[in-house]
Write a protein that binds this ligand. Structure first.
Ligand code: SAM
Length: 281
């Protein structure tokens, strides 16, 4: 394995600091520094950029980000055992790596932004999806310039899916409402140590400057109802929203017989706004 810095190979780091992978923390590590540098580059040019990295583990991706020129990396890690390994990297890159020990779900990341800021992470699915939803639903424009996130392939496909795709669902609507989302890299299980059961993919999301005006809470309720019963026609799936379901659907310019998987973003935004107005009305 070619080294991108003069730090020890990651296998040695894991041995030295006894970082045996823990399933409970979703630990599947990337040990190939050429690959982590490639993932770092998939977030764009890093000069002058602050990167918030969630779940650095033994630091493979952290080293990729620093070697590729990130001005500063703020790394948030829940597993205390990883901190000494990360401190070794901080010493190699003086003033450029800040380490925060904690649960990413309860850290105020907006407060960590410093100039142009991106988020890059290789996270377990159970943490990655709530974090992504939180970032997409927050006040707009967001504090980040882009998100570059590793997911199980199947989740990545859901994020980037468009109307008519098999994977199209709530997450696709939310992501396409506020961002342009693309899969930029596919990774087989063998890229990780230990290898997970499924393939993974890196998704890159860039915020839209002017997303369609939409009531977020109503959008969440409408898409939950519609995709909760995705095989049913909208007039049945949206019934428990209350009120005159057919009138709501027709006012949004949609067919009551259509199914959720056929409705493009604009259709859901209309449904959400009309539903929100009816609730207020
Ligand atoms: N970034 C490293 C890599 O690519 O090799 C590690 C990736 S591993 C899939 C996920 C990392 O996220 C682990 O280091 C784990 O301890 C950490 N993690 C899990 N849950 C977390 C949470 N709630 N907050 C912060 N870190 C978390």
């Amino acid at each position: 394995m070619a080294q991108i810095d003069n730090l020890p190979p990651l296998r040695d780091v894991i041995r030295t600091f006894e970082l045996d992978a823990r399933k409970s923390l979703g630990q599947n590590f990337l040990l190939d520094l050429n690959l982590t540098a490639r993932i770092a580059r998939s977030s764009g040019k890093l000069e002058g950029v602050t990167v918030i990295e969630v779940g650095p583990g033994p630091g493979g991706l952290t080293r990729g980000l620093l070697a590729e020129g990130a001005a500063k990396v703020v790394a948030i890690e829940k597993d205390r055992r990883c901190i000494p390994a990360l401190e070794e990297i901080a010493a190699r890159y003086p003033g450029r790596l800040e380490i925060i020990e904690g649960d990413a779900l309860s850290v105020d990341m907006a407060a960590l932004a410093d100039g142009p800021t991106r988020i890059v992470a290789n996270l377990p699915y159970n943490v990655g999806t709530p974090l992504l939803t939180g970032w997409l639903e927050a006040d707009w424009p967001p504090f980040w310039d882009s998100l570059t996130l590793m997911f199980q392939k199947e989740v990545a496909e859901r994020i980037v899916a468009k109307a008519g795709d098999k994977a199209y669902g709530r997450l696709s609507v939310l992501a396409s409402w506020r961002t342009q989302a693309d899969i930029v890299l596919d990774l087989p299980p063998q890229a990780f140590t230990p290898p997970p059961k499924v393939s993974s993919a890196v998704v890159h999301l860039v915020p839209r400057a002017e997303p369609l005006a939409c009531d977020i809470k109503a959008l969440a309720r409408v898409t939950t109802a519609a995709f909760g019963q995705r095989r049913k026609m909208l007039r049945a799936a949206l019934k428990h929203l209350g009120g005159d379901t057919v009138a709501l659907i027709e006012e949004a310019g949609l067919k009551p017989t259509a199914r959720a998987e056929e409705i493009p973003l604009e259709g859901f935004v209309s449904l959400a706004n009309i539903y929100a107005a009816a609730l207020k009305g």
